[in-house]
Design a protein around this ligand. Sequence first.
Ligand code: KG4
Ligand code: ZN
Length: 375
Amino acid sequence: MIVLGIETSCDETAAAVVSADRHIRADLVLSQEDEHRPFGGVVPEVAARAHLLHLDGLVARAMQAAGVAFADLAGVAATGGPGLIGGVIVGVMTGKAIAAVHGLPFLAINHLEGHALSARLSDGVAFPYLLLLVSGGHCQLLVVEGVARYRRLGTTMDDALGEAFDKVAKMLGLGYPGGPAVERAALCGDPRRFALPRPMLGRPGCHFSFSGLKTAVRQAAEGIPPEGEARAGAVADLCASFQAAAAESLIDRTRHALTAFRSLYQETPTVVVAGGVAANGYLRERLTALAKAEHARLVAPPLSLCTDNAAMIAWAGIERLQLGLTDGLDFAPRPRWPLDPGAPPVGYAGSRLKLLPVGHSSASRLLRSFLFIPI
Ligand code: KG4
Ligand code: ZN
């Protein structure tokens, strides 16, 4: 069973071909970093147009790299949401068109389900397991009970962790994308130099909050020298201090989720970490130490499967196809699509408001007035 996967929900155009024996036959990702860098963040309109321009060619290249023809496919899977709606529409329409022309089943995949199931593609993890999903738009702890069966234990009450990394990078002038830049700067920094808050530490439950920590970083940033070597040192120390505070909060919440899982299932779960922030080496180290202390298995898929990619979408397509969970060509792209619709809303989590940077030119103001797209 071979499935073509398409991912266009944010700023990566991706196409992949995966088979049911967990073989990734092709996995292509075209980053739009260069298009968005001048704006300091993802511009939804620019993203949608770039997906439109590149997706057809990328699909053709993926099929060629995999050495398969459309007739060899068992189905076509495309991210159906949540995400920036213009991009999602481009991916869904392309997927539907290929499926319609070649008479194949179409599968609309929840992007979060793609992340959630990626550890089954990389490591064959069995259900149920505990998932820590940390990306630019989401920060959640979930029990993955099965395909299409998720139980949310915790989510963020304000910012996602990746979003906090991106904003910290921006306020320190480290550029875009922010997460890897903060991690790089933190490598030679002193995490004890700035006393930052540890959000939610010790509180009951598994929810997250990062906006207070972000504000504390902003206040600390105002006090550091404007230039020179002293500034570089202070920026490194502030990044290290931020990363340490965020990690401590993340570890505390995950420990609570392990306890919640044990009381639900009377067993210690495999802990899977997924999403772009899972690329962070320091966080991985801390999670490894937690898993060791808790006698839990930690699975962190390879980096290429942690950040946005289409292999995870193709794989989720395979899992759904095996269960007969296909979608009609009338599927409507979904800007919002929670994995556990029964979980009560918390703060403004999940509202993923993509904002352009605060610019001062009239062109920037004009763009912002048209392009703030709440999703
Ligand atoms: O999963 P992803 O590729 O896209 C979303 O669905 O959001 O995650 C992107 C996020 C961005 O916020 C990026 O800054 C963050 O993941 N990220 C990192 C690192 N690499 C990517 N955050 C911290 N450390 C990293 N090394
Ligand atoms: Zn993602």
